[in-house]
Design a binder for this molecule. Structure first.
Ligand SMILES: [Zn+2]
Length: 318
């Protein structure tokens, strides 16, 4: 997710809140396995989900969150363990996953991300950082000119951390939600932290994405054969979250492509008010309704533009 549309979505969150009955609730930390905790972020604060992993001598945190989210996760981690927080993994460059980086590095942690996170920040910052600082006191308070990129990067070869007992692998499986999407994989526990390449609910943000390639990235993630999915937003669950997210993206693309081929213009599919997409005539099957919500009009527009330009949406300067 990206802060801007999260803020737009706030009036509808009262409705979404009713779906939070499975596997935790916002601002709740749950133990998933021995030494692994999942904390569901509160979308009203714009926060992402986080995972806390306890190694022999230190902790690893999945996602830096916004600065205010980072503070909450630090407080939670301190309740769990007195071990130092040594590594923080940015699953991608979006503010709700990476703008907390300076909070963690100030604590002495080292930030990690795919090289695409650094490249996305080079392309898109400081514009988004400055916009976020206008809207969010926690970002403004850091008094910085731009986002802080991850300190350790990896490219094609996965990055691994092990203490001899537990192993955590960081993988890039291609461009889905952003060019720098990273997954954290715990092979022994079969737990997969997906960032926003996989969300559990109507939280997809497609404007930086490669909608055509996205399902292939999820297929690659399915090959790990995970039993627990810790998504970027929404409650955790099993591999059915991968199945549903992949089906949603494929149904979205299919519906928009069919409409486009029948001669429909984007204006025929998406209603716009004051420059914002407010409604869409596209409907998706009931099987993917968990993922189809208030953001659908934006997602339809993004998919239409990607198909029209024959280039990933994230590469279009619209
Ligand atoms: Zn995101």
């Amino acid at each position: 997710m990206l802060a801007k549309r999260t803020i737009i979505a706030v009036p509808f969150l009262g409705l979404l809140a009713t779906t939070y009955f499975l596997n935790g609730a916002p601002d709740e930390t749950k133990q998933i396995a021995d030494g692994v905790w999942f904390r569901e972020g509160d979308l009203k604060k714009g926060h992402c989900n986080n995972t806390i992993i306890e190694m022999k001598d230190y902790l690893i945190i999945i996602d830096a969150n916004f600065p205010s989210g980072a503070e909450l996760v630090i407080a939670e981690a301190r309740k769990i363990s007195k071990k130092p927080i040594k590594y923080v993994f940015d699953t991608h460059h979006h503010g709700d996953h990476a703008y907390g980086n300076p909070i963690w590095t100030k604590l002495g942690a080292t930030t990690i991300g795919h090289i695409g996170v650094v490249n996305e920040m080079k392309d898109r910052e400081p514009k988004r950082w400055l916009a976020a600082a206008m809207e969010r006191p926690d970002v403004a308070k850091l008094n910085l000119k731009t986002a802080e990129p991850p300190q350790i990067t990896f490219d094609k070869k996965p990055y691994e951390i092990t203490d001899g007992k537990r192993k955590v692998e960081f993988h890039h499986l291609g461009w889905a939600h952003t060019k720098g999407d990273g997954f954290a994989w715990l092979p022994a526990e079969k737990i997969l932290c997906t960032g926003d390449a996989v969300v559990n609910g109507a939280y997809n943000y497609t404007a930086d994405g490669n909608i055509g390639n996205w399902p292939k990235v999820i297929e690659a993630a399915q090959k790990f054969n995970p039993t627990t999915i810790l998504p970027g937003h929404g409650p955790y669950g099993g591999p059915e979250i991968l199945v549903g997210q992949r089906a949603f993206l494929m149904e979205l693309r299919k519906a928009v492509e069919t409409a486009q081929k029948s001669g429909k213009k984007v204006e025929d599919l998406v209603t716009t008010k004051n420059g914002k997409s407010t409604a869409t005539s596209i409907t998706l099957p009931a099987s993917v309704k968990n993922w189809a919500g208030d953001g659908l009009a934006d997602q339809v527009r993004d998919t239409y533009e990607e198909l029209k330009a024959k280039k990933p949406r994230g590469d279009l300067k619209l």
